[in-house]
Design a binder for this molecule. Structure first.
Ligand SMILES: [Fe+2]
Length: 223
């Protein structure tokens, strides 16, 4: 489980992350909006899986910055409207490492670093950047992966149409035990079935004025 609460600079870590969320919002509104939905899904999943409110909130903060490394990817790759070439894809796949390095440089709690670093690992070891297998992948990152992929599938992009909810569920089910932790896929599908309003609309938010996290991110459950 998360031990951010035992870290002697927990408040400072959270402030740093919130600053990065604002920088992502300024740099790339599409990534910010995606991260906002992913954070909400990850937080709800974590609560369903038994994490405390504070632990789930910290996972949501990690989710809000999971694509921080993309802010350092060149615009012609980041905003490309067609499929990426192999070289461009390799560049894009550096974003978890770039994001983790930025967070390490700011001395934030290792929980946030490892969640960002490993959010593209796969259950069968064929993910990146480290090719971790199964439970070697930190649990927070495994939760984040399912939330991330569901939102990516159901989002429209210049290079792809949005999957329907049914098609996205089918893709998650097919990836259970290969790409995703099957327990987390089952939990996510259960939440989708149980709560009709579980998913968030794909709307662009106005820039927040407040500096208080609970007001900036009202979609997150505060503690
Ligand atoms: Fe990512």
């Amino acid at each position: 489980m998360v031990a951010v609460t035992q870290y002697n600079r927990e408040g400072e870590s959270r402030s740093i992350l919130i600053s990065f969320v604002q920088s992502i919002q300024e740099r790339d509104i599409v990534t910010y909006e995606h991260s906002r939905r992913v954070a909400t899904y990850a937080q709800r999943l974590a609560r369903y899986l038994g994490w405390s409110r504070r632990e789930a909130y910290d996972l949501a903060l990690a989710a809000l910055v999971h694509d921080l490394g993309k802010t350092w990817i060149a615009n012609d790759i980041l905003n490309k409207s067609e499929a990426l070439s192999d070289d461009e894809r390799r560049t894009m796949e550096r974003h978890p490492v770039i994001g983790a390095r930025i967070l390490i440089g700011c001395d934030v709690h290792p929980f946030y670093v490892e969640t960002v670093l490993h959010h593209h690992e796969a259950w069968d070891g064929r993910g990146y950047p480290n090719g971790l297998h199964g439970e070697e992948i930190p649990l927070g990152a495994r939760i984040l992966t399912v939330a991330d992929v569901y939102d990516a599938l159901t989002s429209q992009r210049p290079y792809k149409v949005a999957f329907s909810d049914d098609a996205a569920r089918e893709r998650l089910l097919r990836g259970a035990a290969t790409t995703f932790d099957p327990t987390i896929v089952r939990a996510f599908l259960h939440l989708l079935d149980t709560y009709p309003n579980f998913t968030l609309p794909q709307s662009v938010c106005a820039l927040p004025q407040s500096t208080r996290a609970s007001q900036q991110f009202p979609f997150l459950t505060d503690f």
